[in-house]
Design a protein around this ligand. Sequence first.
Ligand code: 5GP
Ligand code: 5GP
Ligand code: 5GP
Length: 225
Amino acid sequence: AVSSAEEFDFFYLVQQWPGSFCDTKTGCCFPDTGKPATDFSIHGMWPNYAKCKTQGELDGVIEMVTKGKKKCWPEFCNSEPLQLWEIKDLVKELDANWPTLACKGGKSIEFWSHEWEKHGTCSDLGQHGYFAAALGLKARHNLTAVLADTGIVPSDSETYSLSSINDAIKEGTGFAAKLECNRGVAGEVQLYQVYQCVDRSGENLIDCPVPVQGNCKNRVQLPAF
Ligand code: 5GP
Ligand code: 5GP
Ligand code: 5GP
């Protein structure tokens, strides 16, 4: 593995709520496999440092992202393209759980390829391992069901307290998650992405080694999809 692949501390498993991705000024497009389920879907699994690093601490590591003067995660660790044959047995599950919603041609494999090249190449898991790990985590911790269990269901009229969402995820998965909100076409604050911290093996949720404070307001929507 390349040096940077050995240096990250944890993954964020990032899942997006399709209703919130679509309900923006940009809108969305369904993939060529049809309308995805009314379910969170995977955006990516992103290697991260627990502590952002300065250039001096990153000797020999290339292609880092800069936040101010610090690099907070590795990306594009090598130029190994995603090979369809490597993940052939996962494609059905990927189509169902990792669909593209961007208006970029509707081929989800292009989204998977981007996530592999930008993030997966830094993971040390290999192509099959990377995608299987993300799918496994999503299946074992069903966010849509965890929220529904406490009455947090998709609705274009209801708002939910941020603490009720945080509590449901903590209770239902065992760990606090970082929540990201965006704004709908009418300016409403809606739950867009959930960031769960995962150990380097890609197998287990962990307590986040970084603050889980997100950008959501007191009350948020979970728009219909
Ligand atoms: P945004 O600016 O929309 O938050 O993020 C744009 C892209 O930057 C994401 O899709 C992702 O590829 C990358 N990114 C944003 N935040 C993080 C992070 O905390 N860790 C990693 N590894 N990548 C991130
Ligand atoms: P990141 O922000 O992970 O670097 O980049 C996400 C990239 O994947 C963007 O270029 C975006 O257009 C593309 N993409 C394709 N489908 C999706 C999707 O369903 N959700 C998001 N967030 N990005 C997608
Ligand atoms: P990527 O350019 O790098 O196309 O997209 C950057 C970010 O823009 C994505 O992470 C996503 O949040 C947003 N984005 C990209 N394509 C779409 C789209 O078709 N619809 C919506 N609503 N957002 C998008």
